[in-house]
Design a binder for this molecule. Structure first.
Ligand SMILES: [Zn+2]
Length: 427
């Protein structure tokens, strides 16, 4: 089922097969069986065959300390069709991603999670696969979604919807930080993706979100007359193509570097956003940053806390929930308002810099691909309709209670009713 849905979600895009048939230098080999990582996203720490043919794949992070997102991707080649028993050995970390496998790099199947042989502390996961003669079987923590896939997708966006694809500048290793724009309008929507390499489900939601924004219906057409898109889909291309767990090749979690700016990826995108807003007559109204975790959740500011379009966040999420409920029985939105936000994450950085609501949209690691597509589409559709419910930015009315607003240069404290009844001329 999942394989079919993966094919469906990509049906508009003909992805290239990223895996070469000829063998590179194996990480290890024995008796006509080779283990290789010679493709974008390929990465394991090492491997070893036991005398009985059992294969141990060592999975280890690029550096430490690190968030536990144990990525692995490798391929097996066999001289004759062989059933290979293997173990993913996570060392001090725990199993997180159910293996996916593919022969052509396009169509993927998920190994049945119930058939995985996990030890008590989940530091080892055993399974076996049949590797057909002279065919390469790729095994990965998630179906691969690397820079060549993005390139193909962006080409199709350009061809179908006339977006401009350009580069904001180079990553540490010299890969392009793609910027995708539609013509600048009165307002701008900022979309960010793939700060964290293994988070492909969030990336799929971003793809569905963007595809929905560019659909040829009345809502989207009206939206594009008012709102231009500023999209950075692949912020950590080095980490993605090298199969890293979390960081960029400079050893940093890029979503802890906004404001610190020790890495070129954050610096370049931050100044590119500023420049775009300065050189076009447009106002930023919203940022959405796509990620993955164990389940779907929106991380947000409190309602009405943005100075630009303060009602947009609440209206968007209410409409999103209603739209999802029309498609999925018992759907409940998961939303978390950060009590003490991570100040160097993109969400908080763009909120404080621009006074906009800025949201992290998280998708579950193992969420069904059809659900991800529906989720991304509903998020886009509800965003567009919620946008039209807002007073336009030039005449935006700040509906926050007075006690949250500045008055006479002072923050007026207190809760509930405005303390200065009859003296409400703040706006
Ligand atoms: Zn993330």
């Amino acid at each position: 089922m999942r394989a079919v849905l993966i094919s469906l979600i990509f049906s508009i895009v003909c992805y290239p097969a990223p895996v070469r048939a000829e063998a590179g230098k194996p990480v290890c080999e024995q008796a006509g069986i080779k283990v290789l990582t010679d493709f974008q996203g390929g990465n394991i720490n090492g491997c070893e065959f036991a005398s009985d043919g059992r294969l141990t794949i060592s999975v280890a992070p690029e550096d430490e300390p690190i968030n536990s997102s144990p990525w692995y991707a490798f391929r097996l080649l066999a001289d004759v069709t062989t059933n290979i028993a293997m173990v993913l050995d996570y060392g001090n970390y725990k199993h997180r991603y159910t293996p996916d496998f593919s022969i052509d790099g396009v169509n993927w199947q998920t190994y049945p999670a119930t058939k995985l042989d996990l030890n008590n502390d989940k530091s080892r996961a055993g399974f076996s696969l049949k590797v057909p003669q002279d065919k390469s079987v790729v095994i990965a923590a998630q179906p691969l979604l690397t820079s060549s896939h993005y390139a193909t997708w962006l080409e199709s966006l350009k061809a179908q919807h006339g977006v401009t694809v350009s580069s904001a500048g180079p990553s540490v290793d010299g890969r392009q930080l793609w910027r995708v724009t539609s013509p600048a309008k009165k307002h701008t929507l900022l979309l960010l993706g793939r700060q964290h390499p293994p988070e492909t489900t969030g990336a799929l939601a971003l793809i569905s979100f963007v595809e929905r924004l560019f659909e040829d219906d009345a809502l989207a057409t009206r939206f594009h007359d008012q709102v231009g898109i500023l999209l950075y889909p692949l912020i950590n291309p080095d980490g993605v193509d090298k199969g890293l767990w979390r960081h960029n090749v400079g050893g940093k979690d890029l979503n802890r570097e906004w404001g610190r700016f020790s890495q070129p990826e954050n610096r370049i995108i931050d100044s590119d956003v500023s420049k775009w807003l300065e050189t076009h007559d447009t106002e930023l109204i919203k940022a959405i940053d796509f990620h993955s975790t164990h389940y779907e959740v929106f991380y947000t500011q409190p309602d009405q806390s943005a100075s630009t379009m303060p009602g947009l966040l609440g209206d968007w999420l209410a409409q999103f929930e209603a739209l999802m409920r029309s498609q999925f029985d018992d759907f409940d939105i998961q939303r978390q308002v950060s009590e003490s936000p991570q100040v160097n994450a993109a969400k908080h950085y763009f909120f404080t810099k621009y006074g906009i609501s800025s949201t992290t949209l998280e998708i579950g690691d193992e969420t069904d691909r059809g659900v991800i597509k529906a989720y991304g589409r509903a998020a886009a559709e509800s965003f567009m309709s919620a946008y039209f419910e807002q007073p336009s930015a030039g005449t935006a009315i700040d509906n926050r209670p007075l006690d949250l607003m500045f008055k006479g240069g002072l923050v007026v404290d207190g809760m509930g009713a405005p303390p200065y009844e009859g003296d409400v001329g703040v706006q």
